[in-house]
Design a protein around this ligand. Structure first.
Ligand code: HEC
Length: 110
């Protein structure tokens, strides 16, 4: 009983705290500016560049492709298939050929 009265008094006490004490924020919000790594690089224009720019920049930048060694057509075909089958890239069937063609002319195996 005594405890109940005590906590009731404590609760009331909170309600009567001066407004100024309640409004005082324990921390201050500040604006910060953050520099993110640039990932806005796209593929240079050329046959198939529209298909590759529309389909291959959703998850990573074009650097992911620029940093690869040159590959044969079979290699690039397998790479695009990997994006679709393993990473679930939503790429329409009719875009696959133009994309592979673009990759082959961009980084052909010698
Ligand atoms: C659904 C997301 C997604 C899309 C869309 C996507 N990729 Fe990827 N890609 C990934 C992931 C995840 C990796 C692996 C990243 C890592 O290993 O750090 C990757 C890696 C790569 C690599 C590096 C080699 C490798 O196999 O890991 C290449 C090249 C590549 N992607 C090309 C493409 C091309 C070309 C397209 C368009 C046909 C494409 N990606 C679209 C998710 C995607």
């Amino acid at each position: 009983m005594y405890r109940a009265i005590l906590s009731a008094v404590a609760l009331l006490g909170l309600g009567f705290m001066p407004i100024s004490a309640q409004a005082k924020a324990p921390f201050a919000l500040k604006s910060v500016s953050v520099e993110l790594p640039s990932s806005d690089k796209s593929f240079p224009p050329g046959p198939g560049s529209e298909a590759i720019n529309n389909n291959c920049l959703a998850c990573h930048s074009a650097d992911m492709v620029f940093n690869q060694p040159p590959m044969s057509k079979a290699g690039w075909t397998a790479e695009v298939a990997k994006m679709i089958n393993v990473f679930k890239a939503p790429i329409a069937k009719q875009d696959v050929d133009p994309i592979v063609g673009y990759l082959v002319q961009l980084k052909p195996a010698k």
